[in-house]
Design a protein. Structure first.
Length: 290
């Protein structure tokens, strides 16, 4: 499918895999995008024949059918930033991801530096944008170790909703998972991903999250066999589950083998991931935590 006549610039860039639609709006606002030699502005629409550049580099606008939608799961460790690059040279989640020729991985939301667990990446900017958009209400689940007194009234407040500085927020479920004294574990779910939202919700009740792990996004659970710092690509069925969730058409191709995977092959794949993580850790100096 070619670009529709007069399609929004940020949508075209997102589909080209430059970044999510939200990221592209920020690029345009920052005067980093040009169309036919002129600095672009929000609201611009483009034709299939227009020359689009981002940071001076020409963007190859492919037909939709030319790109295979891919999604990978990454088990983020604490201490890594969710930005693409860090001016101070600190580790980022993009450092370990596989290269894709002519494209780039787009993070589906972020986790703060002290949060670990499940992150999704895709080469499809429109898929990333919809998965992050609150209107689709894709449920996220976190495992949180909470320091402080948590009463029945605390839980009721968090389920009813509280007012944060950027608007009302609430958990959809709060499930006690054990622990002793003032250090207890809870699994919590919510249908959006605002900045540090889980931590801020607990802070509103005078409780602090001392450890936070994202364990599920939609129906996709963190695969505990994949070590921290490891990634694994999802199969076609899983990719299409995500696309259906946000009302996108089915993908018909995959880079993975479509043959049923044997148990010994699965074990070999996990061992390969572990070796890759170990090799990367030996090559990169640990980031000092501030």
């Amino acid at each position: 499918m070619s670009i529709i006549q007069g399609e929004k610039l940020q949508k075209v860039l997102a589909r080209a895999g430059v970044g999510s639609r939200r990221e592209m709006e920020k690029y345009i606002d920052a005067n980093r995008v040009s169309v036919n030699g002129k600095v672009a502005k929000l609201g611009d629409r483009v034709e299939e024949t227009d020359l689009i550049r981002v940071d001076g580099h020409t963007v190859k606008i492919e037909e939709k059918a030319d790109r295979i939608c891919r999604v990978i799961m990454y088990n983020k460790p604490e201490g890594e930033l969710s930005t693409r690059k860090d001016p101070e040279g600190r580790r980022t989640v993009f450092d370990r991801l596989p290269r894709i020729d002519g494209e780039r991985w787009i993070a589906v939301g972020r986790l703060d530096v002290n949060t670990s667990g499940l992150m999704l990446f895709t080469n499809d900017g429109e898929l990333a944008n919809r998965l992050m958009h609150p209107s689709y209400e894709v449920e996220r689940e976190y495992s949180a170790r909470v320091f402080g007194e948590v009463t029945n009234e605390t839980v009721k407040n968090l389920l009813r909703g509280v007012e944060l500085e950027d608007g009302p927020a609430k958990f959809t479920t709060v499930t006690p998972m054990g622990g002793e004294g003032v250090n207890r574990w809870f699994n919590v779910t919510l249908n959006e991903g605002r900045n540090r939202e889980v931590r801020r919700l607990w802070q509103s009740q005078d409780a602090e999250v001392s450890r936070l792990i994202r364990i599920r996004y939609g129906k996709l659970e963190l695969d505990k066999r994949v070590p921290q710092g490891g990634w694994m690509e999802y199969d076609l069925e899983t990719v299409n589950y995500l696309r259906k969730t946000v009302k996108l058409g089915r993908e018909t191709q995959t880079k993975l083998s479509v043959m049923p995977e044997k148990r010994k092959d699965k074990r070999a794949k996990i061992n390969q991931i572990r070796k890759a993580v170990k090799k990367h850790n030996q090559r990169v100096k640990p980031t000092k935590r501030k």
